[in-house]
Structures are given as C-alpha cells and as structure tokens.
Design a protein around this ligand. Structure first.
Ligand code: FE2
Ligand code: FE2
Length: 185
C-alpha cells in the first residue's frame, strides 16, 4: 500500500467524526446540548487519532522526507498544512478546557464549544480536501519510487505493529461517537 493511501484511509475515519460534529453543531444552533460524554469522546478522538496518530505521520515522516529530499520545493504547501494542524489542535484545546463548565450547563462554555466545533470542522474538512485532492497527488508525482518506498518503510517502522489495531480501535470509536450523539448519552 502507498503511504498516501494509508493517510487517505485515515481521513475517511476522521470525516465520519466530522459528520457527527456537524450534526452536533446543528443541534447546538437549535439550542440543544450534545452530552458531555459525546464531547469528551470527540476530544479524545481528535487528540489521539487525528493529531497524534495521523498528523504525526504527515508532519514528522512525510514532510520530513519531502523537506530533506526536495529542498524548498514544497515548503510553502507544507507550511500551510502545518498551520492547519496547529489551528485544529487549538480548537480542540479550547473545547477540552471548557468541558467541565459545559457539563455544569455553563452558557459561555456552550458558546465556546459551538464556535470551536464550527471552526474545527470547517478548517479540518478544507485541510483534508487539500491533502487528498492536491497535496498527496503532488507528493506522488514528486517522489521517486525509491523515496516512496523509503517513506512507506518509515511508516511501518513507526507504527506497523499498532497500525491495524489502532485503525480498528478508532473506527469503532467513530461509531461510538455517532451513537452517543443520537442517544444523547
Ligand atoms: Fe494534515
Ligand atoms: Fe491528513
């Protein structure tokens, strides 16, 4: 499997959670409140899977290799994508910081959650679109076959033993998040 294919498959799981967060935002716009459990699980997913597991592979392995092999060729694109990761980390941090107050029905916390969810889903969906449609195809064209193999080897070295299990774990978590929203649990 190609490295970009792995990243795109991970995007599909992230997009499932973004769909749940979209529905949560719509409910909040109507004055409803998704449960604190739904929010807490979404934050865990965003921090552990989207950020630590997925963005780590992009930033430290893929961008690292591109910077080393291709000089400044893709620096601007990588800078924009890195900025997207940073913004997303910030939105999730904002939600996590007000979770306790949200559970206590604090109105300001609810507004913070609403605005952070809206920004997170918009920025991350745009980011994933850019990677899948523009950046990854450009990476495929730019890297030689040997370099692609090197990247794949780095992906394996980093996470081969935990990849399949982690993938399944977070796929299950994305379903759990969707049902927590529907059941209000
Ligand atoms: Fe990314
Ligand atoms: Fe990505």
């Amino acid at each position: 499997m190609r490295a970009t294919k792995i990243l795109t498959a991970e995007h599909d799981i992230i997009l499932q959670v973004l769909a749940s967060l979209d529905r949560a935002r719509e409910k909040m716009e109507q004055g409803l409140r998704p449960s604190p459990d739904f929010l807490a699980k979404s934050v865990t997913f965003a921090q552990n899977f989207a950020d630590r597991f997925h963005h780590f592979k992009e930033e430290y392995l893929m961008f690292g290799l591109l910077a080393e092999k291709k000089g400044g060729l893709l620096d601007l694109h990588m800078g924009v994508l890195r900025y997207g990761h940073e913004l997303c980390r910030g939105y999730i941090r904002e939600i996590s910081q007000v979770l306790d107050a949200y559970a206590e029905k604090d109105e300001m916390a609810a507004i913070t959650v609403l605005s952070s969810i809206a920004a997170y889903t918009a920025v991350l969906r745009h980011h994933i679109h850019t990677e899948d449609r523009l950046f990854f195809p450009m990476v495929e064209k730019t890297l030689s076959d040997d370099e692609k193999e090197m990247l794949m080897a780095q992906f394996h070295k980093e996470s081969a033993t935990k990849d399949a299990a982690t993938f399944r774990l977070y796929q299950d978590m994305s379903h759990e998040i969707a049902s927590l929203l529907e059941t209000g649990g």
